[in-house]
Design a binder for this molecule. Structure first.
Ligand code: ZN
Length: 389
């Protein structure tokens, strides 16, 4: 691996980190990538955008960017991918080099190493393949949009543009020894609790407090071990009530509150149990709070699966290929399962087994975010080795 390759990759990373691009606003990043692919020799017709954003509820400036190369030899097509969007705390981030790290110049912003490190690593590999006309199997590169707000780019990627890859390597993480072969599944719920309004001083007995109902339900879930980290004989998972809104005045029995909650488990059957426990607690609480004429409260719950859990088998080709590459570069591969959703959840669910690899991110989604340049450089070496097979 030439020193030039790694210096160039670092330059790409610093420039990419300086481009704003929250979820839905990735066009600037995509234009940078396209321009660099062209300058490395990508021809018309090898670069295409899909229209994933047209199907995403919040819209967005553009879809996923795909570079598809025929390769110089036969073999199974490989896809390298990374997401290009960053979380809101990265708004206004300015990257600066500090010793072995890249950090945000301002202590109040994140950096966007999640996932501009992956964006840069696969761009560096693609540019090397193009400009040095390297010997490779058929290759697809995908720069995905809107990962951070629900894995939308991967969920709605146009498979027809990808050229039927047999395996994919998703660069989005920290340590490069870590090979993530599975991830949890997540379910999101909107809970609307309704009661009956009444004057809190003159006639509280005529009211049914939605706040009381919600409190009882949450207290029940907490007491019975269905909130936070959940460990039961039948399985394990997590849940959280992350938002609660409602009420306007102290002198009114609150007629309505809305809550947002989530449930996660690697095991779909156990995740269904967590969801059922939440539904039961709210329904029970609504029935238990009554006014003087016997009227109780009500609950409506809207839920949807954000992404299904997955786990690649131990002998799955992308797992073995990734491990071999990590080993060949002196690393000691460790298999891991993620407790967060990844673009790999959707790409695997859509038929392309996907492993996720580290690329030097640390403390993502916080002002302490930074990029470990040693790990980033190694991820660039891994990307190039995966691309050249
Ligand atoms: Zn990420």
């Amino acid at each position: 691996m030439s020193k030039n390759y790694l210096q160039h990759a670092e330059q790409l990373l610093l420039e990419l980190l300086a481009i704003p691009g929250l979820s839905g606003d990735e066009l600037g990043v995509m234009e940078y990538v396209v321009e660099h692919l062209r300058s490395a020799g990508a021809t018309e017709g090898t670069i295409e955008f899909d229209r994933a954003h047209r199907r995403i509820p919040f819209g967005g400036q553009c879809g996923n960017l795909v570079l598809k190369l025929p390769g110089t030899r036969g073999g199974q097509r490989r896809m390298l991918m990374a997401h290009t969007d960053t979380v809101p705390i990265c708004r206004g981030a300015r990257p600066v080099r500090k010793g072995k790290y890249i950090v945000p110049a301002d202590e109040h912003t994140g950096l966007g190493a999640d996932d501009r490190t992956g964006t840069a690593a696969i761009l560096a590999a693609a540019m090397a393949v193009l400009s040095e006309k390297l010997d490779t199997p058929p290759l697809t590169f995908m720069w995905a949009v809107q990962e951070e707000i629900g894995l939308y780019g991967a969920r709605y990627a146009t498979l027809g543009l990808l050229g039927k890859p047999k395996m994919a390597f998703n660069f989005d993480g920290g340590a490069t020894d870590k090979i993530t072969i599975g991830a949890t599944g997540g379910y999101r719920m909107a809970i609307r609790v309704s009661g009956t309004a009444s004057h809190a001083g003159a006639a509280p007995e005529r009211g049914v407090s939605a706040i009381t109902i919600a409190s009882l339900a949450i207290a029940d879930l907490h007491r019975d071990g269905w909130l936070g980290k959940i460990e039961k004989p039948s399985g394990s998972g997590t849940s959280n009530v992350g938002a609660i809104q409602g009420g306007e005045a102290t002198n009114v029995i609150t007629p309505e509150v809305t809550l947002r909650a989530e449930a996660r488990s690697h095991n779909p059957a156990f995740r269904a149990k967590i969801i059922a426990a939440i539904e039961t607690a709210f329904n029970k609480a609504a029935k238990s709070v009554r006014n003087d004429s016997g009227k109780c409260g009500g609950v409506e719950i809207d839920g949807r699966l954000d992404y299904e859990s997955f786990r690649l088998t131990d002998d799955s080709t992308p797992v073995l290929v990734a491990e071999e590459v990590v080993r060949s570069l002196g690393g000691v591969p460790v298999r891991a399962i993620s407790n967060g959703g990844l673009d790999a959840n959707w790409i695997t669910a859509r038929g392309i087994p996907t492993v996720t690899l580290g690329c030097g991110q640390e403390n993502a989604h916080t002002p302490a975010e930074r990029c470990d340049l040693k790990e980033f450089r190694r991820s660039c070496e891994i990307a190039l080795k995966l691309a050249t097979g």
